[in-house]
Design a protein around this ligand. Structure first.
Ligand SMILES: [Zn+2]
Length: 137
């Protein structure tokens, strides 16, 4: 499998509910959605969506709400941020491969009055520009 490919961290597809679409670029008021939202069942195991990477740190989706958390995973060609999960114990600093458990899905519905479906947010944090560099000028 192409090492730059992502797979669903929940085994489920992209959300689309009354609160909005989980597709990249979907409207979010004045801004646009900067990732993909994969449907989840709160409490389920969330799995590594990249071929191989290192869990470099915990990430916080909200500056003032520490109830929700996530991870930054650095792969060979891309780094991702993944939100709304309780990190798997002891996972910070370890090497993970596709499908490895990385956390337990939180329930983001509680923050939005139940108008959106529970999901895991996945965004590109950095990307190797050489992969899309056009070499013929
Ligand atoms: Zn999202």
């Amino acid at each position: 499998m192409n090492t730059a490919k992502l797979t669903s961290p929940t085994g489920l597809g992209i959300r689309n509910d009354p609160a909005g679409s989980g597709n990249y670029g979907a409207p979010r008021g004045k801004r646009r959605h900067n990732g993909i939202d994969f449907l989840c069942t709160p409490g389920q195991t969330v799995r590594c969506p990249v071929a191989l990477g290192r869990v470099i740190r915990e990430a916080r989706p909200y500056a003032h709400d520490f109830k929700y958390s996530g991870l930054v995973i650095q792969g060979k060609h891309l780094a991702i941020k993944i939100f709304y999960l309780d990190p798997w114990p002891g996972i910070i600093g370890t090497v993970v491969k596709r499908g490895d458990p990385i956390g337990i899905a939180q329930d983001i519905r509680e923050k939005y009055n139940g108008s959106m479906e529970a999901h895991i947010h996945l965004a590109i944090f950095s990307f190797n520009p050489e992969l899309i560099l056009q070499k013929e000028i």
